[in-house]
Design a protein around this ligand. Sequence first.
Ligand SMILES: [Zn+2]
Length: 232
Amino acid sequence: MADFNTHFFTATTVGAVYATVTTKGLNLDPEPALLLAWMTAVGGILPDIDLKDSTPSRALFLVLGALVTILAILQHISRFSVVELLIMGAVLFLMVRFLLRALFHRFTVHRGSLHSLAASVMFGTVAVVICNRVWVISADISWLAGFGVFIGCLSHLVLDEIYSVDFSGARIKRSFGTAMKVIDRKRWVGSLAVVITAIAALQLTPSAQPLLKTLQTVDPNWQDWLLAVDIF
Ligand SMILES: [Zn+2]
């Protein structure tokens, strides 16, 4: 399998191309391009978050812990004193960073349910909900960001599959076929949780109709804006 740096580098490159093509093709403001690129890069490391003691896992629970803590402090800022807020924040952060992370790794297997196409769809739809409902980003950009997460995940699965072919000896390693699966058929409970989460997230997503309409307005002469070089 590919390592963290290779995954992150590949997904960042995919993200940069995706953000540039979308911004240019849909005539978007330049600001959301950075979000699209970053979401794609994050998508590129998500399938490995179930790898114990890995950078993706540490980073995910660190960010999650910080987010939960900040939201809780903001919510209770007028009710509690500074000392109470700091104690509550510290307890919450430690619970998410260590307890929740330990529980997560207790119930997940690396290259299990989260290393599949179904999980990529789940990560994408959850990202749309987070962008739209938590960060209050417009429906169109949220959907584009969710799609970025999806293609980031996809780049991860494809890369792992490519790495399972030993090109020098032209033979296929035993891990071939384990990285890119539609759904993990060996672990039905995990796979069911993935499908249920994706369906639940889909209920919370904003309408994709406006974006689909915008997509229809893309200049049909795409070769012009995609390929034409006009430096003179
Ligand atoms: Zn992987």
